[in-house]
Design a binder for this molecule. Sequence first.
Ligand code: HEC
Length: 194
Amino acid sequence: MAMDPHRRRQERLDRLRGSKPAPKKDDDEFGPMGNGPPGRGANKLIFFVAAFIFIGVGYFGWEYVERYSAQFLSGANPSDLAQIQAGREIYYANCAYCHGDYLEGQEDWDLAYPTGNRPPVPLDATGPAPGHSDDLLFRIIKNGGQSVSPEGYRNTMPAYASLLEDWEIWAVVAFIEAQWPADIRRQRDALQNK
Ligand code: HEC
């Protein structure tokens, strides 16, 4: 940096008088670290705090948008990531302890139970669920298994009408269907609207 003429003149005067040179202006300007403008450390801290808040707001904002957008859906769309994500949370909070963490159901579900009390069936593609339309799956979950069972058969699949909103039930149906292979989902398309 070019030395400003005022200071050069001052230094010459100081030398003539034999006194110490005036403190360099630059030293004051650059602070105790001497490398960079003042307040660099503070800027870094502000940057990290801002980044942290930005990521936090982004993450929880996205969670909120997912749930919010899923609320307007009436019907299951197993390609809708927001609806699937909402359904995943509902599944693990309400269904996994009977139907399993991997939708695998419980042992011996496929034996004959003429009078009911069948163990929880798998909800993945190895079970009977892909054979039902979206609408039937919705009604089983909302009104319980008994509502679609013949007389004399005791179906212990509970009704969720008082626990889940309709959009939540559609979301869990979408989550379940999203676990099925694509070809099974395609075959099922013929079932819809029945
Ligand atoms: C208390 C245990 C239990 C819980 C909790 C439970 N289920 Fe079930 N569910 C069953 C049983 C048992 C059956 C099989 C009933 C039968 O066929 O007799 C069943 C059957 C079903 C079926 C019908 C499958 C078919 O193709 O026949 C669906 C769909 C289903 N459950 C979805 C759910 C969902 C979604 C949840 C959570 C919101 C849930 N279940 C929670 C026990 C449970």
